[in-house]
Design a protein around this ligand. Structure first.
Ligand code: AKB
Length: 312
């Protein structure tokens, strides 16, 4: 990785990934792109709608990119509201990014998700290789995307790599339209109002990871020795699995008066119910040394400190 182009660079992952990569590889060597205008940026930025294949190709070529990080996508809840848009954007953007990578010989990263699993997938300690029959448009996109990335590796020799991210928690950019977003919202409300109404029901377990661990995982996977990679495109990665009461209890260690109530959103609850309770990340650990630093309490401490500063 020497010249990196990122799509969806103003999104939840993209905004922090851009800064991390600029810190490692040099600000001028990371081209951030997004469908929105970036405002003030720490390095090169271009507006890009990922469904515009020609512009994507031209930007990558003009920049001399050797790596494509394709982050632009609609998340699970929005994709359920707008399934056709999700198909066009998530699949159209992905195939354009893969094509640009094939034409220009770029290394390639895109995230899959725990959304690639479905109700018939084993729910606990979900294996790396298992049944994947998701019942959401987002899940259909993610499974198709995993297969498409494998296809580009097998058929064209493109160095495609990827992980199945769980819910990602961060204090920088807020996610939008995801099912796991409650685990971010709760920290904002804990600081602002000392109470939170969860749209996810008590007892619903989902995997999560703190953003610094997620970003490090991307760098580690992209820098990993290709000879050691058996799975390449859809490594299960996770740092923790919790249900809403557990994150509330973790927050109460810092804000004892914090109160939790529930007003369950049937759409997002149905999505969460179709996903695993916890996934097994041993393939990622064995093949490229995946590791995390933050468990729930460490994440809560850091989130509360950083968010308080941000909201002041
Ligand atoms: C979502 O909730 O849609 C995402 C994901 C787990 O892929 N955060």
């Amino acid at each position: 990785m020497e010249r990196i182009m990122i799509t969806g660079a103003l999104g939840q992952i993209g905004s922090e990934l851009t800064e991390k990569l600029r810190g490692i590889y040099g600000a001028d060597n990371v081209l951030a792109t997004d469908i929105r205008n970036g405002g003030e940026q720490s390095g090169p930025f271009s507006v890009l709608d990922v469904t515009n294949a020609q512009k994507m190709h031209d930007l990558a070529k003009d920049f001399g990119a050797d790596t494509m990080m394709h982050m632009a996508a609609l998340l699970s809840a929005t994709a359920e509201e707008k399934p056709l848009l999700a198909w066009n954007l998530n699949m159209g953007g992905l195939v354009n990014a893969l094509e640009a990578s094939r034409e220009l010989g770029m290394q390639f990263f895109t995230p899959s998700s725990i959304g690639a699993f479905g109700p018939s997938t084993p729910k606990k300690n979900t294996p790396q290789d298992t049944l994947q029959r998701p019942t959401t448009m987002y899940g259909v996109n993610k499974v198709a995307g995993e297969l498409l990335c494998d296809y580009y590796f097998q058929k064209f020799g493109i160095d495609t790599r990827g992980v199945r991210f769980p819910g990602l928690v961060s204090y920088v950019a807020q996610p939008g339209g995801g099912t796991t977003d409650y685990a971010v919202d709760i920290y904002y409300k804990a600081i602002e109002e000392q109470r939170y109404t969860s749209y996810i029901a008590e007892g619903t377990y989902m995997d999560m990871m703190y953003m610094p661990d997620a970003l490090q995982a991307i760098v580690d996977l992209m820098e990993a020795d290709p000879a050691k990679l058996i799975h390449r495109n859809a490594f299960n990665v996770t740092a923790m699995s919790f249900e809403p009461e557990q994150i509330a209890a973790s927050i109460r260690k810092h804000i004892p008066e914090f109160q939790m109530s529930y007003d369950v959103d049937p759409v997002r609850q149905a999505i969460a119910d179709s996903w695993p309770d916890s996934i097994d990340a041993s393939a990622a650990k064995n093949e490229w040394g995946f590791k995390t630093q933050y468990d729930l309490d460490a994440m809560t401490s850091d989130m509360l400190v950083k968010l308080k500063k941000k909201l002041m």
